[in-house]
Design a protein around this ligand. Structure first.
Ligand code: PEP
Ligand code: MG
Length: 897
């Protein structure tokens, strides 16, 4: 087979369409080369090699070596340098490149090909001994670390020792002779640690580096990143071997990264940062804080102009915002990477809408561009403008860093990931404050409200990861010093503005502006919430709301699935409606019984020992229920509302403390012994499989009758007021058609009686949840008694897989880690397993009742991937929590495109 794909101005073997084979980086390097953009030539070893490597006990295909040798020979011919040449050596970088971008997660090796002899060649060809030795010592360090398994520290401490002995603090103060000495010491260290010499053969170096990249696909960082981002392990990585260009040869050199539009807010403005006289990873790694790209114009106006032109060309070619990496070697610009730029949801909305207006893409492409799972950040909290102004006026801004992740957050300063995790478990809000973050900090980043780092740019680890998590984040806050030992931080140390704080102190960060505030600010609803929900901000004043509204309008236009909401109160219903909910798919009535004045009547009902007693208690509950439904039906006027009859086991409503029990007994004229006996009777070993759902209604039909009466009476009263209401009554936990038939009889008889009393006809639908496996496989029988099915995928997942909804998080993470389940099946629907039952139920249900309406109301109704599934199997609607309605609308459209 073919495993090595070459790219150079003369001959290029791949293109942008080959991402799966060549990885994103390799495919785009090839594409840029074809576009005539200056890219240092090289070759890509395909992802098929990675797959082969892991399938065959870390071995390579037999003819790989020969193909690599041929690649090197072609590279030598293309640039006129030879690998291992003593006069003018070819040097290469070796980088990973997966089909899906995994920024900063894999290892990179630069300057490969240097050894004791070729370093002399590099001096001869560049006339710069310091540069050559510095490149060699960096190479030994990087290779020693990534390939040979030495620690960063093993080298750093030799370097520190040398600086100390010379009485200097900066690397730049070391001259060529010093670096030469350093190289000798590094080599001694390598030999001491691994028992053999640092490899001198460039070919051996190359194979070692290739091994390391393939091995890095399975390192902890990469595994964590894939898990957090739902990236399949099966994809594998490609390896890019590319001739080196140097951004660190002197003051006419530099390196940087840029976005064709602002990745935080989407503004159409070239956006980037760079470092002069620096190599490759310096910008990305966030070790030095880079300069903004406009400054490049002051230093090298020609290079900036050229960069602009390539950026434009690439954006037009890919028709998407690009994230590019470049290096300038002796004033000549090279492009090292282009990829579609990661962006916040704000930027995604703005770029998508504006690119449609610019006629770069059409509406459908615009919808596909937006990652539905990032939309919650649009609804993320912000600071109250007025309160913030006051804080600003008081001069409480202690520093400003780079706004790397939008959103406002405040909490206690946590200096370690462990602290943030510990506090989160106790419900204490924290801001994770670090010099910089590394992959080990990921759990702490998850647990904190926001992240603040002293170092790093918009593309640093902290920035990239925080944006992925939708967390407010500020990086590159150079006024910040962190002292982990004393548990303190200091802003503007040594100046008049110096502020010292300690772990546990309250701090606020504004991820939109980069401001760090020495204050505990309140956070308030997002701009969209203000426009659509609280209506405190007029639409004309919000570009975001206008653009968001267009995205939502296009979404509804292209989607087939309807989006309803799960709401139990008029308030929730109203929020969901303002985000575009097209009805209520699940109104859980049990929540209505917890309010103080109702729980007494509910308990009375539970404690009753006769039908008569029970009916008396239910009569007390009736007016509450009727009022609840009137409120909800009114909030959803004109739209359907599915009301589910009481679902949980009755013991959930009883008190647990002795004092309360005695009080309860007294109130109902029973002995506390009686109450205890009743509670014992209700106790179940497995309440989830217990006396709940329609089983309650079957044993106590008067409960069903009361709820039905409340629903129909509420509807009747509203109809008389001229309001349009469409109640749907849903029976939970049905497993046998006779259960539904039994309940349907009660419902129909009660509804008929109420309509007769009220003298008005109420159109209502009667349906059931499909959440018990038996219901799914006998759906044909059940459908004869139901006008709609709503899949309760929470219970259906629990009962089909046998995983408890409430405590499976103890072991499910291991299942996911071991690849047994790709994701938590309670979050992302398990269509391979549980889905089979859904498909059977759809087929059987439609067979006996072709007009049956089908939806989902489990948590999966708000998950983009699961919504895709719901579309594919032909459901009519999904129902999700109010704040997920926008996500679901977009995901429904994406599923249809
Ligand atoms: C379900 O089981 O999926 C469902 C929606 O009902 P609940 O979560 O209330 O059990
Ligand atoms: Mg359920």
């Amino acid at each position: 087979g073919k495993f090595v794909y070459f790219f150079s101005a003369g001959r290029t073997e791949g293109g942008a369409g080959d991402k799966k084979l060549l990885g994103g980086k390799g495919a785009n390097l090839a594409e840029m080369t074809t576009l005539g953009i200056p890219v240092p030539p090289g070759f890509t070893i395909s992802t098929e090699v990675c797959t082969y490597y892991y399938a065959n006990g870390n071995k390579y295909p037999a003819d790989l070596q020969a193909q690599i040798d041929k690649g090197i020979a072609e590279l030598e011919a293309a640039i006129g340098k030879k690998f291992g040449d003593k006069a003018n050596p070819l040097l290469v970088s070796v980088r990973s490149g997966a089909p899906v971008s995994m920024p900063g997660m894999m290892d990179t090796i630069l300057n490969l090909g240097l050894n004791d002899e070729t370093v002399a060649g590099l001096i001869a060809s560049t006339g710069n001994a310091r540069f050559a030795y510095d490149s060699y010592r960096r190479f030994i360090q990087m290779y020693g670390n990534v390939v040979l398994g030495l620690k960063h520290h093993d080298f750093e401490h030799i370097l520190d020792g040398l600086k100390k002995s010379k009485g200097v603090t900066e690397d730049l103060a070391l001259d060529a002779e010093d670096l030469k000495k350093l190289i000798a010491e590094y080599k001694v260290e390598v030999k001491a640690k691994i028992g053999r010499d640092f490899p001198q053969s460039p070919k051996e170096q190359l194979m070692g580096a290739i091994d390391a990249v393939f091995a890095s696909w399975m390192n902890d960082r990469a595994i964590t990143y894939r898990k957090l981002n739902n990236i399949s392990e099966a994809l594998g990585t490609a390896v890019n071997v590319q001739s080196m260009v140097f951004g660190n040869m002197g003051d006419d050199c530099g390196t940087g990264v840029a976005f064709t539009r602002n990745p935080a807010n989407g503004e159409r403005k070239f956006y980037g940062e760079f470092l002069m006289n620096a190599q490759g990873e310096d910008v990305v790694a966030g070790i030095r804080t880079p300069l903004s790209i406009e400054k490049l114009g002051e230093k090298m106006p020609e290079a900036l102009k050229e960069l602009h032109s390539y950026a434009d060309k690439l954006e037009h070619h890919y028709k998407d915002m690009q994230d590019i990496e470049f290096t300038i070697e002796r004033s000549k610009l090279y492009m090292l990477q282009t990829r579609s730029g990661k962006r916040t949801a704000f930027a995604a909305i703005r770029t998508a809408v504006e690119m449609v207006d610019e006629k770069l893409i059409d509406e459908k492409a615009a919808l596909k561009r937006i990652d539905a799972s990032t939309l919650p950040s649009l609804l993320a909290k912000i600071f109250d403008e007025k309160e913030k102004k006051e804080v600003l006026a008081k001069g409480l801004v202690v520093a400003t860093g780079l706004p790397a992740g939008p959103g406002a957050a405040s909490g206690k300063i946590a200096l370690t990931a462990e602290k943030a995790v510990e506090w989160a478990e106790k419900g204490v809000k924290s801001i994770l404050v670090r010099v910089e973050t590394s992959p080990e900090d990921i759990s702490g980043m998850h647990s904190s409200e926001g992240i603040l780092t002293a170092r790093g740019g918009m593309t640093s680890h902290a920035a990239v990861v925080a944006r992925g998590m939708n967390k407010p984040c500020i990086v590159g806050c150079s006024a910040l010093e962190v002292d982990y030992k004393t548990g303190t931080v200091e802003f503007n140390s040594g100046t008049a503005k110096a502020v010292k704080m300690k772990e546990g102190d309250h701090i606020s960060i504004d991820g939109f502006t980069g401001q760090v505030l020495n204050a505990s600010l309140n956070t308030i609803p997002s701009e969209l919430e203000q426009v659509f929900v609280t209506k405190t901000l007029p639409m004309e004043k919000s570009l975001l709301a206008q653009q968001y509204a267009r995205i939502m309008q296009w979404s509804d236009q292209y989607s087939r699935l309807k989006v309803r909401t799960n709401a139990d109160t008029p308030e929730d219903a109203a929020v969901a409606r303002s985000y575009g909910a097209m009805g209520i798919g699940l109104c859980r009535t049990e929540h209505m019984f917890f309010a103080e004045e109702r729980i007494a009547a509910m308990r009375e009902m539970i404690l009753s020992s006769s039908l008569e007693e029970r009916e008396k208690a239910l009569a007390k509950l009736l007016p509450y229920q009727r009022a609840d439904f009137k409120g909800i039906f009114s909030a959803m006027e004109g739209l359907a509302v599915t009301v589910r009859l009481l679902d949980p086991p009755l013991h959930e409503f009883l008190p647990h403390e002795e004092a309360q029990i005695e009080e309860l007994a007294k109130a109902f004229g029973k002995t506390s012994q009686y109450v205890h006996k009743k509670m014992d009777d209700l106790k179940e070993f497995n309440p989830m499989l217990g006396h709940r759902g329609c089983r309650l209604g079957v044993t106590y039909p008067e409960i069903t009758a009361m709820q039905t009466r409340a629903i129909i009476e509420a509807a009747a009263e509203l109809l008389k007021e001229g309001k349009k209401v469409f109640p749907e009554i849903m029976v939970p936990l049905v497993g046998h058609f006779k259960e539904l038939a039994n309940q349907a009889k009660v419902i129909r008889e009660t509804a008929d009686a109420v309509m007769k009393e009220k003298g008005i006809k109420v159109e209502y639908a009667l349906g059931t949840m499909i959440e018990v496996p038996r219901a799914a496989v006998t759906a044909d029988e059940i459908a004869e008694h139901a006008e709609f099915f709503s899949f309760g995928t929470n219970d259906l997942t629990q009962m089909t897989s046998g995983f408890s909804r409430d405590d499976s998080e103890h072991y499910l993470p291991y299942y996911i880690e071991k690849g047994i389940y790709p994701q938590n099946p309670f979050q992302v629907f398990d269509w391979e397993g549980v889905g089979k039952l859904v498909e059977i139920a759809i087929e059987k249900g439609r067979k006996t009742n072709p007009k049956i309406k089908l939806g989902v109301c489990g948590e999966h109704g708000g998950d983009p991937a699961s919504i895709g599934y719901c579309h594919r199997v032909g459901l009519d609607y999904v129902s999700c929590s109010p704040y997920r309605v926008p996500i679901a609308r977009l995901a429904a459209a994406q599923a249809a495109l």
